[in-house]
Design a protein around this ligand. Structure first.
Ligand code: PRX
Length: 656
């Protein structure tokens, strides 16, 4: 099953109305209501967001200015004082939610734990005091490199509570990748675990931290905190490393949330782009809190009785916004799962749905394709009748996968909510509101109220219906990233300069191509830059190329994405070798392992093709379009007249 094509999308005419019963009880009940909200927000975005901020969140002090927009730099709720950990915890304690399950954790192998709001609050306060005792102060950055355990959420909330921005690094990244991020973020402390479960094995997280910090490679780090999770032997560096449980003992649970400026940094999260090293995407407090709160509430129609489960990892934006902050700010019950869909236990996820009576389930198309492959008898063996809404995110969902999800998992009764967004956007941008908007399989439907999206050409002119173009956002929104950490120029260049309207207007563009159909539905086609999406993980081709070139055997590398039935895309690397090296199966293996070491297993090339030369233009630019064609076994199409040396292409074709 491959990515949707323009043809398949144009043929997609199915329309699914929101079920009447669902609409009756939904936060947003009809298309009319959505349209009114949308129009109101468009007419006066500041008033729209200000009303919501007032109604939905607790502020220690109200803002003076709703939006300060100095393109491309936005500030929201300027002068307001707020703390997201207060909004996620304290404010629920004076209501009936005090003893409601805040976090349900289903661990491996067979562990589980439930924390009520009161319990989670207590743990967060204690841990915040631990951080303070270690000298962490407001503004200090804290690295978090954790498995999917409650302590990951506790650590994030504790950082937010004392105003120390966190930078969570996905536990699947290697020591090298972790080191780069800790250095860039100038982290003062790292929180990790001895190990974590990934599929059926233990990942030695602490060993990776040791490697990352080896030889004082990250000089800003003063302390490492370690959660005991898997209990294998690990090295504890005297004076630097401490067990979480030792330090937490006897610590006071009294730690009032620090009133933060609305625009104080909440976190940095690194993400790949088409150039350079991963960028530190900066999100701030007030706008992000409001945006994740309201998007989750309306797009997933979150109700107080729901058990909500997002299968992402906290190391990605989906985990930040929609496992931790969005759900807890709403006072919801959020489920965190340490496992992953896998061949050795194909029914595991459905067991969890049945065990906890999950109502809202949010996952990625790559997982859905894996479920399809494992067979529908697994979900059918479980009682999934508690489900009432299904979400998807991460890549375009092909209509067949959408239909399977709808039919087999949702029993034909649950709206499918396809949410388009990015690390940079903070929260959902284009998404159905499930009680209001009829869905079409493969379309994320309409923009969220307050979000002005369009499909444009390079000069910012709207293109005709059903014509492909660049997906842009025309007005700032509260959840938008504020800058690239330490590099505001890069922020401007990366997101605001590709599309150049003649009137000088600033349009946000972050790499996706899309089209809008005659009914106004948005169909996201995927990245139009050198970013590839492997199993929902975003990877810059250049990062993988740099990893390859850092191996002594490699002279030059060019990486492209090829269609993959399960992962959506796979990494295909073309490599030319230094003269004293010869191509071999062993070297191919070694290079793959080298990429894993440099970045992590998610970036391991599916295939490496050795070549004597790269197809280049006369000015020396690698013609990736040709490589993409070659890698996916297609005819090389389009103009090849600018090629410097045709024989390179002929050779590559011959041996493909
Ligand atoms: O190409 C789009 C794709 O994922 C990219 C963002 O990746 P990341 O920042 O890692 O965030 C992933 C989770 C929000 C986008 O530029 N993408 C995400 N959701 C969708 C999608 N493509 C199509 N449809 C979606 N629903």
């Amino acid at each position: 099953m491959s990515q949707p094509t323009i043809e398949s999308i144009l043929q997609e005419k199915r329309l699914f109305q929101p079920p009447a019963e669902f609409s009756q009880n939904a936060h947003i009940k009809s298309l009319d209501e959505y349209q009114q909200l949308y129009d109101k927000a468009k007419a006066n975005p500041e008033q729209f967001w200000a009303e919501l901020a007032e109604k939905e969140l607790h502020w220690f002090q109200k803002w003076d200015t709703v939006l300060d927009w100095q393109p491309p730099f936005a500030k929201w709720f300027v002068g307001g004082k707020i703390n997201i950990s207060y909004n996620c915890l304290d404010r629920h304690l004076t209501t009936w939610r005090r003893n409601k399950a805040a976090l349900i954790w289903e661990g491996e192998p067979g562990d589980s734990r439930t924390l009520t709001y009161a319990q989670l609050h207590r743990e967060v306060c204690q841990f915040a005091n631990v951080l303070k005792q270690l000298g962490v102060q407001k503004g200090d950055r804290v690295g978090i490199y954790m498995p999917m355990i409650p302590e990951a959420a506790i650590a994030m909330l504790a950082c937010a509570r004392i105003g120390a921005p966190h930078t969570v690094v996905f536990g699947g990244f290697s020591a090298e990748a972790l080191r780069d991020r800790l250095i860039d973020g100038e982290a003062k402390l790292v929180i990790t675990a001895d190990g974590g479960w990934r599929k059926d094995a233990i990942v030695a997280l602490k060993d990776e931290v040791d490697k990352a910090l080896d030889n004082d490679a990250v000089p800003t780090i003063e302390n490492v905190l370690v959660v005991k999770r898997t209990s294998q032997n690990i090295h504890m560096e005297p004076g630097r490393d401490h067990w979480w449980h030792d330090l937490q003992q006897g610590v006071s649970a009294d730690c009032p949330a620090e009133p933060m400026d609305s625009e104080d940094m909440l976190f940095i999260l690194y993400t790949s782009g088409s150039t350079g090293k991963p960028k530190g995407v900066v999100h701030t407090t007030g706008g992000y809190n409001l945006y994740t709160h309201i998007t989750l509430k309306w797009a997933f129609d979150l109700q107080d009785t729901d058990v909500y489960w997002c299968t992402a990892d906290v190391g990605w934006i989906t985990g930040h916004s929609y496992i931790v902050y969005g759900p807890l700010s709403n006072g919801a019950t959020t489920l965190m799962y340490e496992g992953a869909p896998r061949a050795s236990n194909p029914g595991a996820l459905w067991e969890v749905v049945e065990k906890y009576g999950v109502n809202i389930f949010y996952t990625a198309p790559t997982a859905i394709r894996a479920f399809i492959k494992m067979g529908e008898h697994h979900p059918k063996a479980r009682n999934l009748s508690s489900l009432r809404l299904l979400g998807t995110v991460g890549e375009p969902i092909n209509p067949e996968a959408w239909m399977w999800y709808y039919r087999v998992i949702g029993g034909g009764r649950c709206p499918v909510v396809d949410t388009w967004w990015q690390t940079e956007t903070g929260g959902f941008m284009i998404t159905p509101l499930p009680g209001a908007i009829p869905t079409k399989p493969g379309s994320a439907t309409f923009p969220f109220p307050g979000i002005l999206t369009d499909i444009v050409d390079l000069e910012g002119n709207s293109v005709e219906d059903n014509q492909g173009g660049y997906l842009v956002v025309k007005h700032p929104w509260p959840g938008m990233m504020r800058t690239v950490y330490g590099d505001p120029d890069r922020f401007r260049r990366t997101y605001w300069e590709h599309i150049q309207p003649k009137d000088g207007q600033y349009l946000y563009f972050a790499g996706d191509g899309a089209r809008k159909d005659e009914d106004g539905y948005f169909w996201v086609m995927g990245r139009v830059d050198d970013v590839i999406n492997v199993a929902g993980h975003r990877l810059g081709t250049m990062e993988i190329e740099s990893a390859l070139v850092s191996h002594p055997a490699v002279a030059e590398a060019a990486v492209v994405g090829t269609p993959d039935e399960l992962k959506g895309e796979d990494v295909f690397a073309f490599v030319t070798l230094e003269s004293d090296y010869e191509a071999s199966d062993e070297l191919e293996k070694e290079l793959k392992a080298h990429v894993v070491k440099e970045i992590g297993a998610i970036a391991r090339p599916g295939r490496i093709r050795f070549t004597d030369g790269m197809p280049k233009t006369r000015s020396g630019k690698i013609m990736r379009r040709l490589l993409r064609n070659l890698a996916s076994g297609q005819e090389v199409v389009g103009d090849t007249s600018t090629l410097e040396d045709r024989s390179v292409l002929d050779k590559l074709r011959g041996g493909a």
